[in-house]
Design a protein around this ligand. Structure first.
Ligand SMILES: Nc1nc2c(ncn2[C@@H]2O[C@H](COP(=O)(O)OP(=O)(O)OP(=O)(O)O)[C@@H](O)[C@H]2O)c(=O)[nH]1
Ligand SMILES: [Mg+2]
Length: 314
């Protein structure tokens, strides 16, 4: 557990130094606890994508706690801030939420959706690899049929992960290809099906309707599937993530989010924004371009890594 926190910490080092450390620096430079200091903290939070409502909430709670304990020393502010942020993230969170611990459902069907270029195909490759390593029989369905290159790309990931793929000629109707894939998984006793879909703008009605068709064809092949529908969100997109999630959730009921490119963002605050605005849990974090670079989003570990806390919670 400690080593997971450490390695996550390294991967998140960019995000960490730019939020909590920046706040600590600001507070220290400021020297006294006053309104100006709170404004500066709030500004940093908003710049880091927490959203204004969430930034307000954090600041209000911080003020309350500092007042309650009659804190006058600015050096202690960081500790109080970490506590407030930790409390907010940990509210209503189930313990030990492991994406890779499959329930007793076979095949377990997971659809990946999202806007263009967010990392759907890459995430599927990483997830396939994890399941394959755990001894699961995995089928990837190449449901992004718009471009031949997309089919080749997901085939390369299937090969790397050492799992099977159902692929067709390009330009076939994605819903029918996906139907074939899920039906094959049912017939051949696969443990897990990972469905790749084409990137689509959440504001385009026609593409959102196509998602509904895909959902229906998955259900035709396996009545209670998809068991998970994961929206893959690029964590560097900031506020737009919320609107993406709302639109996709209307078209195809989402069960969770995968936040990719967390290694490259200086703005870890998006996690707080999501917590405030969506009822959809973050399940996976993408922390690099390699096949191993996926982590369970485990709130406790994340909070420790992100807010620079170690095992003892100090
Ligand atoms: N640094 C980093 N790069 C990532 C991560 N996930 C994906 N990428 C990169 O993001 C780019 C797009 O990834 P894809 O997996 O092709 O994205 P996609 O959502 O399938 O794209 P479309 O199918 O075109 O919509 C690639 O260059 C990936 O290497 C991540 O967690 N960290
Ligand atoms: Mg793709």
């Amino acid at each position: 557990m400690l080593s997971i926190v450490k390695s996550l910490k390294q991967k998140l080092s960019k995000s960490k130094s730019s939020l909590i450390d920046k706040i600590a620096e600001t507070v220290q430079a400021h020297g006294v606890i006053d309104d100006e200091m709170f404004e500066e903290i709030e500004e940093i939070l908003i710049k880091n994508d927490t959203g204004t409502d969430m930034a307000d909430l954090i600041i209000e709670r911080l003020k309350q706690d500092l007042r309650r304990d009659r804190i006058k020393n600015p050096e202690v502010v960081k500790i109080y801030l970490c506590d407030v942020m930790q409390d907010i993230l940990m509210q209503d969170v189930p313990e030990d939420d492991d994406f890779f611990a499959l329930p007793d459902i076979k095949p377990f069907v997971i659809a990946f959706v999202g806007v263009n270029g967010t990392g759907k195909t890459t995430t599927i490759g990483k997830v396939a690899n994890r399941f394959a390593k755990a001894g699961k029989k995995v089928l990837i369905v190449a449901g992004d049929t718009f471009r031949a290159a997309a089919i080749d790309q997901v085939a390369i990931w299937a090969d790397r992960a050492g799992v099977d793929i159902l692929r067709t000629e390009p330009e076939r109707d994605p819903a029918s290809v996906i139907y074939e894939g899920v039906a094959k998984a049912v017939a051949k006793a696969y443990d897990v099906v990972l469905i790749d879909t084409a990137g689509r703008q959440h504001t385009k009605d026609r593409l959102m309707k196509e998602l509904q068709k895909i959902d229906r064809s998955i259900k035709k092949a396996c009545a209670d599937a998809p068991h998970e529908t994961i929206l893959v969100v690029d964590s560097t997109t900031g506020q737009n993530a919320i609107s993406q999630a709302q639109h996709f959730d209307e078209a195809i009921k989402l069960s969770g989010l995968a936040l990719t490119k967390f290694d490259g963002t200086a703005k870890g605050g998006i996690i707080f924004n999501i917590k405030h605005n969506l009822q959809i849990p973050v399940r996976l974090l993408g922390v690099g371009e390699g096949i191993e670079d996926v982590e369970n989003f485990h709130t406790v570990q994340f909070v420790r890594a992100f807010l620079d806390r170690d095992e003892t919670g100090e």
